[in-house]
Design a protein around this ligand. Structure first.
Ligand code: S3P
Ligand code: PEP
Length: 429
């Protein structure tokens, strides 16, 4: 069947606070669970990925309550985690699977992690390899590389690790294991990936050293329960930022958006393309930069997207590709092979689905090339079970000349359960 999206060509007007940051929401449960004392989380994202994080930690014996808008986690240190009686379901979440492996690598018991069809094809060797070097016993499909994956942890020793990929999931998994290891753990990455783990560990009282792309910490440190306020997710905000820019006469304010420099590459890229985006009320919450964004429709010019910018906007590439179809000139995205190991192969998914609407776009080995400015037409497209592809295609329907039918739109609730009602409110203002 699919969801029928009629062409809108209508401005977006008004103010919106998008839901809480997914990366920060996951981490707030994980660190709260292994801290000593109570952690109260405000602005937690109630998307499926983060709900699965809560369920996994409940199975590990951690009391977690949802009280109105707040999530309350009562941690009892790393020792408070108990061997689960059942397998741990990580759903669609790479972040949950990889960070949980890191945490459990330090626990002297057996756990099995499994997820949905997409997770089964996402590589885990990038975390399993360094965690084995630290002393954990990890096995899984295809020679221990793919989920379902099992871990028997304990007795870890610190390592010095040079990661071949700029991945916050790899870095965070190693740091979570390192906290339980004897000695110092150091990780260096080829470019700086999102640093929410480092910032939040500091908020929980952990001491760590950071220099450029290297972070290190001493093992056997304790975390102290704290209060966490989760900023609005810039990755969710990106869908509305781009909509406001590419639809006529739009004017939109997005409040409390997380503007961590390791995440704000999408705003930098759009500003370089000529976007009218103003940052207001810039402030810090729990060591995370936050601002309100004011966005007005703008004529855009395509630029090249590559290098150190890539990890700073990796999840926003699908919506950036849509923006490029509406901008003047050619956008070349390169150095983005990591897109191939997300919820789908996002190079193929973006190219194949946008082509169905008439986009002039082609895949390359490590990215894509988009020729603007194209009049998109209607058609039947598919999220392929990937929430970011689903939202990008829903936004594409707003600038298409005919009806777009979006198949498998249900996955959008993985990161943004109220995406369609929020979009409708901004259109009706
Ligand atoms: O650590 C995190 O919260 C995330 C890290 C990124 O993945 P990688 O670590 O694989 O780059 C990102 O794509 C994902 O959406 C969330
Ligand atoms: C890649 C993503 O998440 P994860 O790796 O946690 O599945 C995403 O949300 O775009």
């Amino acid at each position: 069947m699919g969801k029928r999206l009629s062409p809108a060509n209508q401005p977006l007007q008004g103010e919106l606070k998008v839901p809480g940051d997914k990366s920060i929401s996951h981490r707030s449960i994980m660190l709260g669970a292994v801290a000593n004392g109570t952690t109260t989380i405000k602005g937690f994202l109630p998307g499926e990925d983060c709900i699965n994080t809560i369920k996994c930690f409940k199975k590990l014996g951690v009391p977690i309550e949802i009280e109105k808008e707040d999530v309350i986690v009562v941690g009892n240190g790393f020792e408070g985690l108990q061997e689960p009686n059942d397998v741990l379901y990580v759903g669609n979440s790479g972040t949950l699977n990889r960070l949980l492996l890191g945490l459990l690598a330090g626990r002297p018991f057996h756990s099995v992690l499994y997820g949905d069809e997409s997770i089964a094809s996402r590589p885990m060797d990038r975390v399993a390899k360094p965690l084995r070097q630290m002393g954990a016993v990890i096995d899984g499909r295809k020679n221990g590389s793919y989920p379902p994956i099992s871990v028997r942890g304990g007795n870890l020793k610190g390592i010095e690790y040079e990661s071949p990929v700029a991945s916050a999931q790899v870095k965070s998994a190693i740091l979570l294991a390192g906290l339980q290891a004897n000695g110092v753990t150091t990780i260096t990455e080829p470019a700086l990936s999102r640093d929410h783990t480092e910032r939040m560990l500091t908020a929980f009282g952990v001491e760590l050293k950071r220099e450029n792309t290297t972070v290190s910490l001493e093992g056997n440190q304790r975390l102290h329960g704290t209060n966490i306020q989760v900023p609005a997710d810039i990755s969710s905000a990106a869908f509305f930022i781009v909509t406001a820019l590419i639809t006529k006469d739009s004017e939109l304010t997005l409040t409390d958006v997380g503007m961590n420099p390791t995440r704000s590459g999408i705003v930098d890229a759009l500003l370089a393309m000529g976007a009218n985006i103003t940052m207001l009320n810039e402030r810090q919450i729990n060591g995370e930069p936050v601002a309100d964004l004011h966005i007005k429709s703008s004529p855009l010019k395509n630029i090249e997207i590559n290098g150190e910018l890539i990890p700073r906007l990796i999840d926003e590439i699908p919506i950036l590709a849509l923006a490029a179809t509406q901008a003047e000139g050619k956008m070349v995205i390169s150095d983005a092979e990591e897109l191939k190991v997300k919820e789908t192969n996002r190079i193929d998914a973006v190219v194949n689905q946008l082509r169905l609407l008439g986009a002039n776009i082609e895949a390359t080995e490590d990215g894509m090339i988009i020729e603007g400015r194209t009049n998109l037409h209607g058609g039947t497209v598919d999220s392929l079970g990937d929430h970011r592809i689903g939202m990008m295609l829903a936004i594409a329907s707003l600038v298409a000349s005919g009806e777009v039918v979006l198949q498998n739109e249900g996955c959008i609730s993985i990161s943004y359960p109220d995406f369609f009602p929020d979009l409708a409110n901004l259109k009706n203002n």
